[in-house]
Design a protein around this ligand. Structure first.
Ligand SMILES: Cc1cc2nc3c(=O)[nH]c(=O)nc-3n(C[C@H](O)[C@H](O)[C@H](O)COP(=O)(O)OP(=O)(O)OC[C@H]3O[C@@H](n4cnc5c(N)ncnc54)[C@H](O)[C@@H]3O)c2cc1C
Length: 411
């Protein structure tokens, strides 16, 4: 290994080898520091690799104001990170690893082969060449009373006393990939202000589907629909019926608002538009046509193309008497109310909301309570929908924390 670190250079420890931790390792090793990166798993970047399985959506090409708005009320905290390293800089950085990117029809940005593995391989080689020492199967347990860090390793418990530390431990979902949120306790014990981890980009449960919905339609995709919550303009997209409720990209996009409504009121009612392209009066006209001896199911199918899971959902959620009243049935097709009562468990979610609050950090992403300890990535208290916004903010915060650490060490 050829280390670029000067013999007298400060030694820094990075805990967590996801995109945030690896990005900080890059910044710090480039500055000539001795970087030791520790991860509890047998290999680094496992969630990053999983994100590549269905097509690695690494960032988004939309204009900065729209991009920033995806971070909701945390946009002011994320803004400086993205101004320094946003979608454009991220794409340039990916190209620097020899990986091309393309913009999909929705504006989402992907590596040309859609995969995460070639990118991670090239990146890890560059980091190792720069002298970053990666210690896998090394799990951070917290701090000893003297302030040193406790690391569980295959050789037994170790004690670390680096000059500075970055915690980039991820959120609390998909714990089998390494991020399990167990870091909350040691940070809480050191007086760091934390927001509880909650599922984000997650599915939701209904009180109970009928046996028919579960046996015939669990797993069925609901395509070409729109969903509205409260008075917001309904969003177009698709989702999937599950045995316990509903999930999929359209639901994920609304998940923060649905979750907060459930937190406040105990449940949230979304409204499904089964025929987003058609105005309610046209639907009513079609339903009012004579159907002779044909069943209502056949009438719905022939007049409006409603069948399968859409027809089943309409039956499930609409009182029987509506089916004899075209005006009420048309209204139900346009605003079918579905009450959601809880999120699916955090471990199933794509990402986590909550974590280390920005109020607990200074502008360098250093913990005010613990000078010399920095935080980055999904463990910070922000959330965003899918679309590349999660990874972009993880990379950007990892880079900002790395630069912040450099500045602090120099001072
Ligand atoms: C199925 C799925 C698909 C996704 N797809 C996308 C996508 O297409 N686009 C997108 O933008 N985002 C996507 N994401 C989200 C994205 O992968 C995460 O937001 C991102 O990986 C978080 O990066 P991070 O560095 O903060 O944490 P992580 O990637 O979670 O890395 C944290 C690391 O810390 C280690 N660690 C945790 N605790 C300890 C400890 N105590 N000691 C030592 N090591 C520890 C873990 O082993 C892990 O390696 C997806 C997520 C999932 C689950």
């Amino acid at each position: 290994m050829t280390s670029t670190a000067k013999p007298s250079a400060p030694n820094v420890a990075i805990i967590g080898g996801g995109p945030a931790g690896l990005m900080a390792a890059e910044v710090l090793s480039q500055a000539g520091l001795q970087v030791d990166l520790y991860d509890g798993m047998p290999s680094v970047g496992r969630k990053f690799l999983l994100a590549g399985v269905g097509g690695m959506n690494i960032t988004h090409s939309e204009a900065f104001p729209a991009f920033l708005s995806r971070y909701g009320e945390r946009a002011p905290n994320i803004a400086p990170l993205l101004r320094a390293f946003g979608a454009e800089q991220l794409c340039e950085w990916i190209h620097g690893l020899g990986i091309d990117t393309f913009v999909g029809s929705s504006g989402r940005v992907f590596p040309t082969d859609m995969k995460a593995a070639p990118l991670l391989r090239a990146w890890l080689k560059r980091l190792r060449d720069a002298g970053v020492a990666i210690h896998t199967r090394h799990r951070w347990l917290g701090w000893n009373p003297d302030g040193s860090m406790r690391i569980a390793s295959p050789e037994g418990e170790k004690t670390l006393r680096p000059d500075a530390t970055l915690l980039a431990l991820g959120g609390g979902s998909w714990s089998r990939l390494g991020s399990d949120g167990a870091w909350m306790l040691p940070l809480e014990q050191r007086g760091v202000t934390l927001a509880p981890l909650q599922p984000s980009n997650c599915g939701f449960e209904v009180e109970a589907w009928s046996d028919l919905m579960i046996s015939k339609f669990a797993g069925a995709p609901l395509k070409n629909i729109a969903i509205g919550l409260n008075d917001d303009v309904p969003r177009l997209g698709e989702c999937v019926i599950t045995t316990t409720g509903i999930e999929g990209s359209l639901i994920y996009a609304l998940s923060a608002a649905i979750r907060e409504a459930i937190n406040q009121h105990g449940s949230a009612t979304i409204h499904l538009d089964l025929l987003p392209g058609r105005p309610v009066d046209k639907i009513q006209q079609a339903l009012s046509k004579p159907r002779g001896s044909r069943s209502m199911a056949k009438h719905l199918h022939s007049q409006l193309g409603i069948d399968g899971v859409k027809a089943a959902l309409l039956r499930e959620l609409t009182p029987a008497e509506c089916f004899t009243d075209p005006a009420r049935l048309a209204q139900a097709i346009k605003t079918l109310p579905l009450t959601l009562v809880k999120t699916r468990p955090l471990d199933e979610a794509i990402s986590s909301a909550g974590g280390v609050t920005f109020e607990a950090l200074d502008e360098r992403l250093m913990l005010k309570q613990l000078p010399g300890v920095f935080c980055a990535g999904e463990m910070l208290d922000w959330e965003a929908p899918t679309g590349g916004y999660l990874l972009t903010a993880c990379f950007a915060s990892g880079r900002a924390a790395g630069l912040g650490m450099l500045e602090w060490l120099q001072a």
